[in-house]
Design a protein around this ligand. Structure first.
Ligand code: UD1
Ligand code: CA
Length: 477
């Protein structure tokens, strides 16, 4: 832990431009909420303390972060949302004495990396400035605060040139709006001068807010150094203010994740087409086909193949698993060598044993399937336990629901279920038994027996010809 600095994350705003019931920082990009990305990045810097300033939907934001397992956070409540300067000021008590330096982050800037922040902190310490602002050169700076330098220029030949002020988009002159160097909303401050300057920040007449950015001119005016540190990659400091920007950042985060996996030995076809959440893990030599979506806490082993268009959420695949195209898996576990799909639907609580094969239009729910089981076509297995080597014929259905309650079906090792079998649960089919095709089984089948449960076939010779003959009487039964 580095005792010299603490971190404050501004996350109290409503996010008006999102037009959402939910707080802005609780929206997701790259499979994590915006605030989660920022807190995760902050934690990697091992500061003395991490403060999160909450206000709008404070309870929901706090509950979310606690649920995600962030334990060491300290929360500050900003009662009224009167701007970024006001947000910090409302934390004056705990923040002013937390550490000699304060790193301020914004809850809506999820692409920021710990590497860039480490460089910012190092630059701040080298220069001993009162404040170091993380800036970036944007092709389109619209909406961001602009960096004003002593020369008034934007030449940026030196990356930690002194700056004299930050002017917000709404207050900028036409000339200032030409400036492409923007404020990222991320700063490293010397704590004491910051809080002295914050006391003097006045309400902005246009937005009726106390701007944190106004402390820059106050500090510079007092002759305390204010420096800019320019981010190498301007994309890292993109702030999200509406859902259009959210989608853009979501894409960038997913490309970043895909590249990370490819560098770690995963083959990804058409990486711009796949959607892999930040928390997903994939082993080397696995190949991911176009359009795959991997969500949440999904874990995939080595040498797997994830077919085109598969959607896998919160599931675990061991090594050498093949998902043929267009499978949907949720909260399922697949053992090594299993082959699933195409078009299989594995719902929560499904466990598939080693080497088993689940084929097209087979739906499995809350069921444990043994080793080497074949269920190749059109079946529903719900609340079932299948032993090893079971053959599930096409069209097999476990009738697990009686209209009120769910019941279990147990199918022991080596059972052969003929096609079109209905198994009315609760039910047990003993090991090695056979069930004839088209049977509706309602009673236990003993081990090694054959169960037949269908009406005997009736054949009426010549019936069709009699029906067609115009003079003949109507065919009777
Ligand atoms: C801010 C900066 C702008 C910068 C941009 C970078 C100010 C005045 N402007 O503008 O110079 O270019 O970020 O993205 O700071 N928040 C609170 N309490 C409040 C208001 C906001 O906690 O009362 C939080 C928000 O939740 C958000 C962050 O502060 O996470 C930034 O607020 P936002 O309204 O998005 O500021 P911008 O207009 O983007
Ligand atoms: Ca913003």
């Amino acid at each position: 832990m580095d005792h010299r600095f603490a971190i404050a994350i501004l996350a109290a705003g409503q996010g008006t431009r999102f037009r959402s019931q939910r707080a802005k920082v609780l929206h997701e990009a790259g499979g994590r909420t915006l605030i989660e990305h920022v807190v995760q990045t902050a934690a990697q810097l091992s500061p003395r303390d991490i403060f999160v300033i909450v206000g709008h939907q404070a309870e929901a934001v706090i509950a979310h972060l606690q649920e995600r397992g962030f334990r060491r956070l300290k929360f500050i409540f900003q009662k009224e949302r009167l701007g970024t300067g006001h947000a910090l000021r409302s934390g004056r008590g705990p923040l002013a004495n937390a550490a000699p330096q304060l790193l301020v982050l914004s809850g809506d800037t999820p692409l920021l990396t710990p590497q860039t922040l480490r460089k910012l902190i190092a630059a701040h310490r080298r220069s001993q400035a009162a404040a170091t602002v993380l800036t970036a050169e944007m092709d389109d700076p619209t909406g961001y605060g602009r960096i004003l330098r002593a020369s008034g220029g934007t030449d940026g030949r030196s990356s930690n040139h002194s700056i004299i002020a930050i002017v917000e988009q709404k207050s900028a002159t036409a000339e200032q709006r030409q400036i492409r160097e923007v404020n990222s909303g991320i700063y490293c401050f010397q704590t004491q001068p910051l809080f002295r300057a914050l006391q003097q920040v006045k309400l902005d007449p246009i937005k009726k807010e106390y701007y944190l950015t106004d402390v820059i001119a106050l500090l510079a005016g007092r002759g305390l150094g204010v420096h800019a540190f320019r981010a190498e990659d301007p994309q890292e400091v993109i702030g999200i203010n509406d859902r259009v920007e959210l989608a853009r950042v979501d894409n960038l985060l997913r490309l970043r994740k895909a590249r990370e996996l490819m560098r770690a030995g995963v083959t990804i076809q058409a990486p711009e087409s796949v959607r892999i959440d930040a928390g997903v893990r994939v082993g080397p030599d696995t190949e991911i086909e176009p359009g795959a979506v991997l969500r949440g806490r999904t874990r995939i082993g080595t040498n797997c193949r994830i077919g085109a268009g598969c959607i896998v959420a919160d599931s675990e695949l061991a090594d050498g698993v093949v998902l043929r195209p267009c499978c949907v898996l949720t909260e399922s576990r697949i053992a090594s060598g299993a082959v699933i799909g195409p078009f299989s639907h594995l719902r929560p609580g499904t466990e598939i044993g080693p080497g088993s094969q689940i084929g097209a239009f087979v739906e499995v729910k809350k069921s444990r399937i043994g080793r080497g089981v074949h269920a190749h076509h059109l079946a529903y297995l719900g609340d079932a336990v299948l032993g090893d080597g079971v053959n599930v014929g096409a069209g097999t259905i476990t009738c697990n629901f009686d209209g009120t309650r769910k019941h279990q079906t147990v199918i022991e090792d080596g059972v052969f279920l003929g096609s079109g079998t209905e198994l009315v649960a609760p039910l047990r089919v003993g090991r090695g038994a056979y069930v004839a095709a088209g049977s509706t089984i309602t009673e236990e089948v003993p081990a090694h027996a054959l169960a037949l449960a269908r009406a005997r076939q009736v054949v009426k010779a010549g019936w069709a010809a009699r029906r067609k003959a115009p003079s003949a009487a109507k065919p009777g039964r």
